[in-house]
Design a protein around this ligand. Sequence first.
Ligand code: BTN
Length: 266
Amino acid sequence: MTTETLSRNAELAGQFKIITLDEANSTNQQLREEARTGAKHGTVLWARKQTEGRGRNGRSWESPAGGLYASLLLRPGKNPAQIAQLSFVAAVSAHKALASILCDGVASGEVRAADADIRLKWPNDILLNGRKLGGILLESSIEGGKVDWVILGLGVNIERYPEGCEFPATSLAAAGVTGISAKIVLSRFLYSFAEDYAVWSREGFTPFRQLWLHQASFLGELIQARTESGTQEGIFEDLDEEGALVLRTRQGEIHRITCGDVFGIR
Ligand code: BTN
């Protein structure tokens, strides 16, 4: 274990309880079961691989050994309308963590500065050089109008990435990063998220909306948004206070997109 991991572990101790598994079907699924039986805020389930990894919109998430697959249980005392904000807060934290790893790679000469362009894609994808490096799956349980639990699942391609995806994927290794373990990626993410979660609890979404927009892909550009009710094209204008994508069509109409996938149109 490196000095970095040791000191970060010391700082993270007390905030998170990390449970490590050699294999899980899905860390989100397994943590749901723990949440239902009373697991505490701050419980983290981290698996070296998953057999039934899940992505957004019912898709699967390829999860061979060599990637990061972790889920974090939160019990925020907030109202249900604020919960979707957490996936944007986590995306900002993941961006910070991964940017710091790439920055170290640039400093040591293993990553070219031009290959370290890390951005966020609505709603909560992490892109590296325009390809998908990781994603976040947020699930929650609301009971009697109150939030019982929230699970934030984070997947990052470290050594390998899936081929043939509609939106092309990549990995840290493909950008030249070597010798980085899932444990270090997780530890850097938790370190950033602990701070960001405290700020969100105190100050709300506004600072994260700004940070997210600052790192957003396709902002101000023509995009295609594919939703359950069809496909819409227009300019990606903004992210609203609830995390919806604001799209302005060619006819000048404003649409709020709350669920779906976004593709750039060149
Ligand atoms: C997406 O971009 O579609 C979200 C992918 C989220 C994958 C992570 S891996 C850890 C956690 N467990 C899962 O089954 N999914 C999430």
